[in-house]
Write a protein that binds this ligand. Structure first.
Ligand SMILES: Cc1cc2nc3c(=O)[nH]c(=O)nc-3n(C[C@H](O)[C@H](O)[C@H](O)COP(=O)(O)OP(=O)(O)OC[C@H]3O[C@@H](n4cnc5c(N)ncnc54)[C@H](O)[C@@H]3O)c2cc1C
Length: 381
């Protein structure tokens, strides 16, 4: 009699895929995903300005991951969970309903943010269409306003300026400086680079976001400022204001905190529910909800297995500041900002020939088959 445990991973984005890879082979793993592959929410600037290149590293159909061969993926949108019966429910593109029982459920449905992170059920052609439309919209603009002071805003301004040096790019943010959640040493460095790229910086501008506007499309009308300045206009306005909403509408409210994120203990188990875990942007681990970029997928996989085996679970320790890449890859390479304020630099050749194929491709993903999702026949996957 086989008593292999069954783990359902709800949401196969950056964290769900990593968790599935680390659990496959130890347990039966089923992943439920609204997208037909990993469509990463990372590196918005790169995605907008050079989508083909971005897609090779950040949009990876599931069948290209060797380590997911042992994982059953279901292309469907989660609709609910029965905690007593231990089953999740989802709906497929053809309208059919799915019910998947679990011994442990990993919630990794992330957040909705702008037009580039939407939880909608999409085909490969839909994903390709989104990438192309946003790129074409920016390509056609002579002037671009980027609103926001976080990493998504900064990388967008930098990468658009890098790809289209003739465009006028203005970055508006509310504080005296941007990147307030990073170490204070990060901003002067990043601001210098933005100046070199010709991006005009406008501190002290807080945008007036019209009621009902979800910041989920590129606009072209004037931007009004709550801080008193005259309105500003450009051919394209990119709203990267960090207006994130957790993708938790399918979960019972008592699992959620007051902002709708999943309440977790320091071992990533959902409070009061030892068979439920949460990981990534949806998990209320700490004020920065930092478990994605700090690779808590390894700890999560350990803890799921420890929970099954009755062994002690490990604790997630969150850093106090944001870290990671901010500007994205440039001709000079990639810079990673650490929580303690130092910078780690990878030359461009090392990023393309070592970091992506070896560290990410083998280290994180344990081997990828050839990946080029924007080549023709996207719908056949
Ligand atoms: C290894 C790593 C390195 C990182 N480095 C950086 C960095 O350098 N700089 C930086 O700024 N950030 C970095 N990040 C962080 C990153 O920007 C986000 O935090 C990360 O993308 C969040 O992953 P996630 O899995 O929580 O969400 P997502 O990747 O958004 O995944 C959620 C998935 O769930 C799906 N989903 C949602 N609702 C449903 C539903 N109802 N039914 C079915 N599917 C659904 C979504 O469509 C999506 O596919 C890094 C993250 C990782 C993992």
């Amino acid at each position: 009699m086989c008593d292999r445990k069954r783990v359902v991973i709800a949401g196969l984005g950056d964290c769900g895929v990593l968790a599935a890879i680390r659990l496959a082979g130890h347990t039966d793993v089923v992943g439920i995903s609204a997208k037909p592959g990993l469509v990463s929410g990372q590196e918005l600037g790169w995605r907008l300005s050079r989508p083909e290149e971005w897609a090779r590293a950040n949009w990876i159909p599931f069948d290209r991951f060797r380590a997911l061969d042992r994982v059953r993926t279901i292309h469907a949108s989660l609709t609910g969970v029965d905690l007593a019966a231990r089953a999740v429910f989802a709906r497929c593109t053809d309208g059919s309903a799915v019910a998947e029982p679990y011994d442990a459920l990993v919630i990794s449905t992330g957040v909705t943010n702008g037009f580039w992170r939407q939880p909608t059920l999409q085909s490969a052609a839909d994903v390709a269409g989104d990438l192309r439309r946003a790129h074409e919209r920016l390509a056609a603009a002579d002037s671009v306003i980027v609103v926001g002071g976080g990493a998504a805003a900064v990388t967008s301004a930098a990468q658009v300026a890098l790809t289209w040096p003739a465009k006028r790019i203005d970055l508006y943010f509310p504080g005296r400086q941007a990147l307030l959640r990073h170490h204070p040493r990060a901003w002067p460095h990043v601001a210098r680079r933005l100046h070199e790229l010709g991006v005009r910086l406008h501190p002290g501008h807080r945008a007036d976001i019209p009621d009902g506007f979800g910041c989920d499309r590129i606009t072209s009308g004037p931007v009004r400022w709550r801080t008193g300045q005259l309105p500003s206009s450009a051919d394209a306005v990119l709203w990267t204001v960090g207006k994130v909403r957790p993708n938790t509408g399918w979960l019972p409210p008592d699992l959620l905190d007051e902002h709708g994120f999943v309440r977790v203990e320091s071992d990533l188990r959902v409070a009061g529910r030892p068979e439920l875990f949460a990981l990534g942007d949806v998990a209320a681990t700490d004020p920065l909800r930092s478990s994605a970029r700090n690779r808590a997928d390894t700890l999560l996989a350990h803890n799921v297995r420890a929970q099954f085996a009755g062994r002690p679970l490990r604790t997630y320790h969150a850093p106090a500041r944001r870290c990671g890449s901010v500007l994205g890859v440039q001709p000079g390479g990639l810079e990673i900002y650490t929580p303690k304020g130092s910078t780690v630099r990878f030359p461009a050749w090392a990023f393309h020939r070592v970091l992506l194929p070896l560290v990410v491709g083998w280290g994180y993903y344990r081997g990828l088959r050839n990946n080029d999702p924007l080549t023709p026949a996207t719908d056949s996957r």
